[in-house]
Design a protein around this ligand. Structure first.
Ligand code: ADP
Length: 479
């Protein structure tokens, strides 16, 4: 099949979160199965020079955006069987940030959506399925149906839309979006593009895409409720028949404790006792007490309220009162960087915090920690807990979304499970399971070893999920 992804980030070129991992890993897997896979991305100036140097100029064209005519260059490169197209416009993407600060996100990604569709005839590529990801690509399914589908070239293109995080919807003024994309007044009713008085890129996709997926079966279920639905639950319920949950995988080559070049000591299930060498090294590197016997808890991720950091804030003193070390790696909201900077001073030698996008440190933490804490308020899928499992680091998570689908709490009677979990969004429930995990670490280390091994033996590859996507592509594609 001919499968086209459109997304705002993709490893190894540009990443702020799990979306990049998914797009970057799924494409090559599908290409490996013989599909013609292509990916359209913005050419951000943040893309590393070494990749920019590998790109080749393909063509350029002008994109009409209301009264504007904007240049769009196209750079291309082929990697792991996938063809990537980078849309080049310095005004929109040559900025020092990827998302956010300019107040004109609707115009930047309006340009992206329009240019992606206009590019297709120029490269003579009409995909069977155009698979758009997250709000930045949300207008593509809508524009395609409203403005392009009557043209023979586009008539047989079907669309799939994947929600990686329903919280980020791309909400703007209707007038502003009309000014860029020229969508007539008649389209701004609540059954089409209007959403609580605004334009909403994600809603546009949810109305017009042929199929909708999200990144775990539990999250697919949860977003039909008001608690998780971010005000789009009514629409998602209405489209229930077309909404599917497909669990993400991780890149098992990149995240492989046996071969990972970024970690201090490689290990396997057979040599699991070597894992502790990584802990000793990270304790040293981060200024923690160097002691193999102290359990190390790691957190890696965006510092946003989604990740359950308010729970950690609430009982941080109780956690640190235990014989434990805590390391936090993340970037995000000031209230959390302030909290963890303070904690680092307050609990010297027991707590370390690093606020950077540091892939090497992330790998080293997955390899060195004993436990990985992820008490998310909601979690569409979550990759970090799977990375932890793969490195024999035992996850402690809240039972929500993809966490619920990947981590099963240890059951002391049946001996089943691969981690520790709690259900309610409650700080003391979290504290209780942390203490439970620590008590196994101290009194029954053989249980922790068993959980580590079970984690490392799990299958987190894309093989199964890629097959599910292909089945869905086949369902919607024109026969
Ligand atoms: P989300 O997509 O909500 O950010 P996921 O768990 O799905 O969360 O994916 C997060 C990915 O980003 C993981 O690969 C994680 O290791 C990585 N990551 C997040 N923050 C950082 C950071 N500060 N440094 C390095 N890697 C990070």
């Amino acid at each position: 099949m001919k499968i086209l992804f459109t997304a705002s980030e993709c490893v190894p070129f540009v990443k702020t979160g799990g979306l990049a991992d998914v797009v970057g890993a799924l494409g090559p897997v599908l290409a490996g199965q013989g599909h013609d896979v292509r990916v359209i991305l913005p050419l951000y100036s943040a893309i590393a020079q070494k990749w920019q140097e590998k790109m080749e100029y393909l063509l350029d064209f002008e994109v009409q955006l209301g009264w504007r005519r904007q240049y769009c260059g196209v750079q291309t490169l082929k990697k792991d069987g996938v063809t990537y197209y980078f849309l080049d416009n310095k005004y929109y993407f040559g900025r020092p940030y990827i998302y956010g600060l300019g107040g004109d996100e609707y115009e930047r990604y309006g340009f992206f959506c329009r240019a992606a569709l206009n590019l297709l005839p120029l490269i003579n590529y009409a995909p069977d399925v155009l698979h758009a990801h997250d709000w930045q690509s949300g207008m593509i399914p809508a524009l395609l149906k409203i403005q392009y589908a009557h043209l023979p070239f586009y008539a047989n293109i079907r669309t799939m839309y994947t929600i990686h995080n329903l919280q980020y919807q791309g909400i703007f003024g209707i007038k502003e979006v009309q000014d860029v994309l020229g969508l007539g007044d008649g389209l701004w009713t609540s059954d089409k593009l209007e959403c609580y008085g605004c334009a909403n890129f994600m809603k546009a996709a949810l109305v017009y895409a042929d199929a909708i997926t999200t990144v775990s079966p539990s999250y697919a279920e949860e977003i039909t409720t008001a608690y998780y639905g971010e005000r789009l639950d009514g629409l998602i319920r209405a489209r229930r028949e077309s909404v599917f949950g497909v669990l993400n995988g991780i890149d098992i080559v990149d995240y492989d404790p046996e071969k990972d070049p970024m970690i201090v000591k490689n290990y396997t299930v057979e040599t699991i006792e070597d894992k502790v060498q990584n802990k000793l090294a990270i304790q040293e590197a981060l200024g923690l007490e160097v002691n193999a016997a102290i359990p190390l808890i790691a957190m890696v991720g965006r510092l946003s309220n989604q990740k359950g950091l308010d729970l950690v804030d609430h009982v941080l003193g109780d956690i640190m009162a235990e014989n434990v070390q805590l390391v936090v790696l993340g970037m995000g909201e000031a209230r959390y960087t302030n909290l963890f900077s303070w904690a680092e001073q307050q609990y010297r030698g027991k707590m370390a915090a690093r606020f950077a996008m540091d892939h090497e440190l992330a790998h080293r933490l997955y390899a060195s920690a004993d436990f990985f804490l992820m008490p998310s308020q909601f979690e569409p899928c979550g990759l970090s807990q799977m990375m932890s499992l793969r490195y024999g680091t035992v996850p402690i998570v809240r039972e929500t979304g993809g966490l619920r689908d990947t981590v099963l709490s240890y059951n002391e009677y049946t001996k089943e499970g691969n981690g520790f979990t709690f259900l309610n969004y409650n700080a003391h429930d979290m504290l209780h399971v942390i203490k439970r995990a620590l008590s196994y670490y101290k009194d029954q280390p053989e249980v922790i070893t068993e959980l580590r091994i079970r984690g490392m033996k799990g299958d987190y590859s894309w093989t199964h999920s890629a097959g599910e996507y292909v089945k869905l592509y086949e369902q919607i594609a024109v026969k």
